[in-house]
Design a binder for this molecule. Sequence first.
Ligand code: HEC
Ligand code: HEC
Length: 344
Amino acid sequence: MTSRLIATLAPALLLLSCGKAAGDRPIGKAIEIAAPLGLPPVPIPADNPPTAETLALGKKLYFDPRLSSDGSVSCASCHSPEHGFSDGRKTAMGVRKQFGKRNAPAVVNAAYSPRQFWDGRAASLEEQAAGPIANPIEMDLPHTECAVRINDDPEYKTMFAKAFGHGAITMPHIQKAIATYERTVLSGGSAVDRYLYGGEKSALSEAAIRGLNVFMSKDKGNCAACHVVKEDFALFTDGLFHNIGVGLNAEGELTDLGRYEQTHAESDKGAFKTPSLRNVAKSGPYMHDGSLKTLRTVVDFYVGGGSSNPYLDKRIKPLTLSGQEREDLVAFLEALTSEPKMVR
Ligand code: HEC
Ligand code: HEC
């Protein structure tokens, strides 16, 4: 709770300490971020409407390794377009080849997520962006130093002036620009979307259609109980936290308490945010600890009913799926792939 309070206050304090800052709000004309087929309108916070200028700035910052202490790691190092906006590693690697304990989630469709991180500790993309920059095992760049570095760069100076007005560049500006860029990393319009929402009955293979049925039906996979599919769009997540029996050690103990660390509610022990399954074929390995390598191993994991523990979600139990049905489920998950729409 305290750390969340500090995280929320930190940007405000920084703004004060920087004295004469440019306004906190983008000054340009708001632009529309069009949602692809199968996605609802993109939620936009009132104090950070996307503009062409903040978007260009956010993209530059996202791919810029100068946001790390030794200039070796950018946001894209761990969330790169080539790996479906994840990194292809079991757990993420930061500066000086340091490894954390969690898998880097794909930032695809993060715009729709009510809370960020596996444990939901950030309430917005804006708040989230501050975390990895200062984290000693990720980018390891204290926020004050980060702001100084960006202020010293003439190109950033010009871009920020156009985006937020003249004056000192602060962390809140940097966070807002990055968040705006992330809101444009959207994946929709996949074969599944064309089948479900575009009236294209030939978009999916027979196997993927059977897989969709396994995914949806309560007495088969029951996957959509948490990976939600609605009538006119599908986020493939409920945005909530569940213990599905991942990350137990040989003694059967939870190795990461997940959401519990934020809420201290007993029922949140070992609970993690339901990931969106969009582009999931590209973003392995899977789960908060990167413990499952392929989609086939994920499906087999669910068929086994997860690792038993006192906090296991009631909907996770052994499934009766034939070999064919397991393959079909994988074919369906693979049909969720689409090129995320990106800023060019
Ligand atoms: C060293 C690798 C690394 C770097 C660098 C990094 N991240 Fe991450 N990112 C992670 C990991 C690991 C998590 C999950 C951590 C957790 O949940 O505790 C994460 C989580 C996130 C999430 C939450 C996604 C979700 O579904 O909840 C977003 C958004 C994100 N990062 C954006 C960024 C941005 C923006 C930057 C650059 C400012 C960045 N990351 C830099 C590894 C990294
Ligand atoms: C009770 C809710 C729930 C149900 C039911 C459920 N999932 Fe999940 N799913 C989650 C959560 C939560 C995670 C992340 C768990 C973790 O990392 O500890 C997850 C993770 C995944 C992942 C890994 C994604 C990634 O990016 O790492 C895949 C793939 C997946 N689920 C597919 C399925 C399929 C297929 C089914 C049906 C057989 C299913 N899920 C049923 C909640 C659920």
